[in-house]
Design a protein around this ligand. Structure first.
Ligand SMILES: CC(C)(COP(=O)(O)OP(=O)(O)OC[C@H]1O[C@@H](n2cnc3c(N)ncnc32)[C@H](O)[C@@H]1OP(=O)(O)O)[C@@H](O)C(=O)NCCC(=O)NCCS
Length: 204
């Protein structure tokens, strides 16, 4: 049976998730929430209004906003409204055996998630990402396009990994860290630290 879905947000990430959902047969997309921007107006997906529509619609949801604080607030709001997060995996993504994808997880086209990876709640695995075997990824982590998360590495809750960045195997990244685009992370990154470059160095 087809499952109803609302994407929370109306910006670029939300529209990208709409494109993913369009390719999944057993999800019926009801629409987006939030304020339209100039680009939203080019998208024909219904804008349902504010997040309060979650209280009235019989639907699952995923979060389509990149900002970490907003993501966490939206999860709290949706939970209080009695809504369950969906898990959205594009048909071209390769998810190997014994992978666990937490509620609210979104896996974009051509991503690969290898054997025994654990993705906590509301993890975004963007297009062409590779998450290698036995990596453990915390809640609300965003892994941007073409990034690679090495085998057995641990990514703390709320961390953002930029486009094309590489986290080497067995490395731990703390909570709410930011890994710059193209960085190569060779050693532990403390919580709430931004690193950039090859090898990655602390920016702040
Ligand atoms: C790391 C990052 C968060 C820093 O953003 P910021 O705080 O706005 O940093 P700034 O642009 O002010 O740059 C600060 C310095 O870091 C350097 N820098 C910024 N990003 C860098 C990167 N990815 N790699 C190497 N150096 C970088 C800048 O050149 C600048 O150096 P300078 O002081 O010598 O001129 C950001 O540049 C980044 O890489 N974000 C990832 C974006 C992404 O992948 N988004 C996903 C979209 S799908």
């Amino acid at each position: 049976m087809s499952k109803n879905l609302v994407v929370l947000g109306a910006g670029g990430l939300a529209r990208q998730i709409v494109g993913v959902v369009d390719d999944i047969d057993d999800i019926t997309l009801l629409g987006l929430t939030g304020e339209p921007d100039e680009h939203s107006l080019r998208n024909d997906t219904p804008l349902l209004g504010g997040d309060e529509v979650l209280k009235t619609l019989d639907t699952a949801y995923v979060i389509g906003v990149a900002n970490l604080l907003v993501r966490r607030k939206l999860e709290e709001y949706a939970t209080a409204a009695g809504r369950e997060p969906a898990t959205v995996v594009h048909p071209t993504a390769r998810v190997e055996k014994r992978v666990s994808i937490g509620p609210g997880g979104v896996v974009m086209p051509a991503a690969q998630v290898q054997e025994a990876v654990e993705l906590d709640r509301h993890v975004l695995v963007d297009a062409n990402v590779l998450v290698c075997h036995e990596a453990v990824v915390g809640s609300h982590v965003t892994i941007s396009p073409r990034a690679v998360v090495g085998a057995r590495s641990t990514i703390g809750d709320g961390t953002t990994i930029g486009m094309g960045a590489v986290v080497l195997p067995d490395v731990t990244v703390g909570e709410e860290a930011v890994i710059g685009a193209g960085a190569v992370v060779t050693k532990h990154v403390p919580a709430q630290t931004t690193v950039v470059g090859v090898p990655a160095r602390v920016l702040r």
